[in-house]
Every structure is written in structure tokens, then in C-alpha cells.
Design a protein around this ligand. Structure first.
Ligand code: UN1
Length: 497
């Protein structure tokens, strides 16, 4: 094997080593013999330098006309599109999901970049009549300053793009800490931004652990907003770190999403949706279809077809185009998934319908491969019904009516995504209204969000913000309401007639 490449941090327009002098390895989860690269094990000092650079760059970047900022973003989009294949291969090698899905991930970054380039000439505010004569009123968006971003490994380019592109087009500057499992995809993204002309200090990247990079970033007084995607546990810490000095935070956390399959559903379609929703990205999505709530009249047919379809899935290295599902992202994620398989079998007492363990033998021994797993007879008191697993496990729960299905669907601490399969428009609209989630699908699984609608969830999934869509602009800007007098005299609102 050739010596792996060492990748540096990007701070103030320069590629630099960490002040710690230490590095960490990034390995391929489908073949742990393969080192993807060596990355900087950064320290709070590196974070301070990156925030200082972003703070300095903000002074100028905020004054660049938004359409000019957007032109750079547009060029970045074109360049990602040009390099899509290479970027997708790098992503599959560093985090395992199959090529057709990493191509989708990169495509989502392209989509978001084009979409936000368009916002260079929008960012609309309001004008509205005043209650007083000869007075003008309007509202405009203003940038916040330095945006800290802590991003996950499951969508290594898409999710950074949801945060970076709106932040930049609005005139903010960025310090991003990529997940330790996927620094290469963010490195590739940052490199493109720089090569396409983003000025020094506008984007900064610091790699390393949550403790040494994430914590100082979220606590830094010069970071005006933290946008975080990850676990509910860490999200709570971000929220607390920002609360005492009222810095903004946007949190996108766990999910326990359900597909409801009604008795009038097209069962074959629902089975295809469940396979895609549950096992796409090896189930490592916050939107994964981890609960299947199925009407008793179609339960047998749905279950048999789903199990047969799932058993036929080919698990392996995502670079092989014939593979349907890649490995878990790392050893600890695999152990978590295996733990939940064990809980399902032994503590919850659910019925194991297929899968239920690690895949071993041959090439499997070099990676973190888990079986696509389905549990039946799952009830709401069980751990596997309640807790987010983030892996190749889904569960089937029986229901007898739409009302019961909705009640089961809402019976979770999370509120990201939900869906219904039905041919009955009335049932679809009732479910659409009554499932308390941020995203809802009809006759499609719980995954598949597009960049121009808001993404995020209710309850313990989020803190009321959304990314993507126009709502995504709100995280990275504040409203300024402006009143302009041209009466030449003092006029008193609410007092003068
Ligand atoms: C996630 O579930 O972690 O909606 C993100 C989707 C993708 C993004 C998913 N566009 O399936």
C-alpha cells in the first residue's frame, strides 16, 4: 500500500497542520486495511485560530453584494457536478454507503448550491404601509457573523451543503468541524470552494474530535450560531452551551420514523418503499423507516414479501455496483446495532423474521457488516420500538385502524418523518394532518427529502428550526425592521392619529 496522504486543516485561506502536531487515521469501513487518509487531530487552539479568521473575514464578506457571493456559489455547484464521480467514490470509501447513494449525496450538495446561488438575487424581505403618513417600512435579512457547523458522517456532503450554502449567500463566514468518520468528503468540498474563489477566511475547516474541536467551537463567544446535526444527547449539550449567552443554535437530531401501511395500500409498492426506507444508507439516516405499522388485513402478505425481498439484498463493499447495502460506518456503530439486535431478540422478545447479527467470513471479516434485520410482533413498550438504532434494523407493528396507526406513529419521543401507504385520499389527508412530524410522505417511504423544502422535525428531533428550503435562511440570518421617516417632523407611532 502507498503511504496514505496527510490532509490539513483550512484556516484563514491556508492549509495548515494542527498545532497539536497530532493526526488520526480515517479507514474504509468496508475494508479496514485501507487507510483513506491521515487527518489533523486538532485542539482548541486550532478552533480559536479558525474562529478569529472567520471573524476577520466577515468584515468584508458581509459587504460583498449578495449576487456576487452567489456567483461563486454557482461556480462551486458546477465544479461539484463536474467532479461528482470522484467525490462519490471518495465518499463510499470513507463511510461505506453504496455508490448510487453517494452519488445522490453529492447531487444533493449540487442541488443546494444551485438553489442557494438563486438566493443571491432573492433573500426577500417585506415592505408594508406605515400607519403614519410619509413614512416607509421594510424588513431585511442581516447575517449573523461566524457560523459554527458540526456535521454528521451519514450525509458527508449533502448536510454540510445545507448549512454552508445558505450561510455564505447571506454573508456569514463559516467554521466547520466534519465528523471524524468523514473528513475527506468535507475536505474535498472545502477545496472546491477555495479553488472556485471563496476569499480567505470565509470558509474554515478544523478536523478532530467532539471533545477537542466540537466543544470549544460550540462554546466560543465569537461564534454567533451553531448548526448541529447528530445525536439528541450531543444536541442537548450544544443547546446548553449556547443558552447562557443567548447565541443561536440549530439542532437536527434523532428520528424514529414510521411507515403506515393501510389495508387498501398497494402492498408491493409499500414493500419496495420499506426496503428502501429501512435499509438505504444501511439504515443510518435520521429519516430511516425504522417502524413499519401495518394493518392486520395485509400484515401477512406485507411481512412475507418484505422478508423475501430483504433476504435477497446483497450486502458488501459499496464500490461494487451490484451491492445493495454497505457496512456500518465504524466499529462502535456496528456494536450499537448488534446490541439492539440482541435486545430485540432477548430482552424485548420480539420475533426475529430475518437477519439478526453480524456478517462474517471472507471479505466481511475486514469490515463492519451487519445483516438487514426485521423484527415482527413489535409493541410500543419495546426498546426497539422506542430508541433510535441508526442501523440495518426495522420492526413491524400491527394496527387495526387508521386511528390506531396514527396513535402508534406519534408514540415516540422524536418527530422527524412519517409516511402512509393508502389508495384512499381521505385517509392520506387525515394522516397528513395528524402525524406530528416535520416531514410527511404519501405512498413513499420516510426518506427522500428535496433541498427546496424545509428539513427538520418536532419534539426531540429538533429545536424548532429547519434547514433547507427558504426556512433554512432563518437559521443564518436575523430580521432587521427598518422605518424611514420622510415627513420632516416627529411622528409618534400608536399615539398620533
Ligand atoms: C438523513 O436522514 O440523515 O431525505 C438525511 C433524505 C435525504 C437526506 C437524509 N435527502 O433521504
Amino acid at each position: 500500500m502507498p503511504n496514505p496522504v496527510e490532509y490539513e486543516n483550512f484556516i484563514g485561506g491556508e492549509w495548515v497542520r494542527s498545532r497539536s502536531g497530532k493526526t488520526f487515521e480515517n479507514r474504509n469501513p468496508a475494508n479496514t486495511d485501507e487507510v483513506i487518509g491521515i487527518f489533523q487531530k486538532s485542539t482548541p487552539d486550532d478552533v480559536n485560530a479558525a474562529v478569529a479568521a472567520a471573524k476577520e473575514a466577515f468584515k468584508k464578506w458581509r459587504l460583498v453584494p449578495a449576487p456576487k457571493r452567489a456567483e461563486i456559489i454557482y461556480r462551486i455547484a458546477l465544479r461539484i457536478a463536474r467532479d461528482k464521480e470522484q467525490l462519490s467514490h471518495d465518499m463510499t470509501r470513507e463511510m461505506g454507503k453504496v455508490l448510487k447513494e453517494t452519488r445522490g449525496d453529492v447531487q444533493e450538495a449540487i442541488d443546494m448550491s444551485f438553489y442557494m446561488a438563486g438566493e443571491g438575487r432573492r433573500q426577500f424581505g417585506h415592505t408594508t404601509p406605515s400607519e403614519l403618513p410619509n413614512k416607509f417600512m421594510m424588513s431585511v435579512r442581516q447575517p449573523l457573523g461566524v457560523c459554527g457547523m458540526i456535521t454528521p458522517w451519514n450525509f458527508p456532503m449533502a448536510i454540510p451543503s445545507w448549512k454552508i450554502m445558505p450561510a455564505l449567500v447571506l454573508g456569514n463566514t463559516v467554521v466547520i468541524k466534519p465528523a471524524t468518520d468523514t473528513p475527506l468528503s468535507v475536505y474535498n468540498f472545502v477545496k472546491i470552494m477555495v479553488e472556485e474563489g471563496l476569499p480567505p477566511g470565509v470558509i474554515n475547516m478544523v478536523t478532530g474530535s467532539g471533545k477537542d474541536v466540537g466543544d470549544p467551537l460550540m462554546k466560543h463567544k465569537d461564534v454567533s450560531v451553531i448548526s448541529f446535526t447528530g445525536s439528541t444527547e450531543v444536541g442537548r449539550r450544544v443547546s446548553e452551551a449556547c443558552a447562557s449567552d443567548f447565541r443561536h443554535c440549530h439542532l437536527e437530531m434523532g428520528g424514529k420514523n414510521c411507515i403506515i401501511v393501510m389495508d387498501d395500500a398497494n402492498v408491493d409498492l409499500a414493500v419496495e418503499g420499506a426496503v428502501w426506507g429501512a435499509f438505504g444508507t444501511t439504515g443510518q439516516r435520521c429519516t430511516a423507516s425504522s417502524r413499519l405499522i401495518v394493518h392486520k388485513k395485509v400484515l401477512k402478505e406485507f411481512t412475507e414479501k418484505l422478508v423475501a425481498r430483504t433476504k435477497a439484498l446483497k450486502v458488501g463493499n459499496g464500490l461494487d455496483e451490484t451491492v445493495d447495502m454497505g457496512p456500518a460506518v465504524n466499529e462502535s456503530q456496528m456494536q450499537t446495532v448488534l446490541k439492539y439486535m440482541d435486545i430485540g431478540k432477548n430482552k424485548d422478545g420480539a420475533k426475529l423474521l430475518c437477519g439478526g447479527g453480524r456478517l462474517t467470513g471472507g471479505a466481511y471479516d475486514k469490515g463492519y457488516f451487519t445483516m438487514p434485520t426485521i423484527f415482527g410482533d413489535v409493541t410500543p413498550n419495546m426498546t426497539i420500538f422506542r430508541e433510535e438504532i441508526f442501523g440495518s434494523v426495522t420492526s413491524i407493528t400491527e394496527c387495526g385502524s387508521l386511528e390506531e396507526a396514527i396513535e402508534l406513529g406519534n408514540n415516540t419521543a422524536y418527530g422527524l418523518s412519517s409516511s402512509i401507504y393508502t389508495q384512499d385520499i381521505n385517509k392520506a389527508f387525515v394522516a397528513m394532518r395528524d402525524l406530528y412530524t416535520g416531514i410527511f410522505y404519501v405512498n413513499a417511504p420516510t426518506i427522500g427529502a428535496e433541498v427546496h423544502l424545509p428539513f427538520g422535525g418536532t419534539k426531540e428531533t429538533g429545536n424548532g428550526h429547519r434547514e433547507a428550503g427558504i426556512a433554512g435562511l432563518d437559521v443564518f440570518s436575523e430580521w432587521k425592521s427598518i422605518y424611514v421617516e420622510f415627513s420632516g417632523k416627529i411622528q409618534k407611532a400608536q399615539i398620533d392619529d
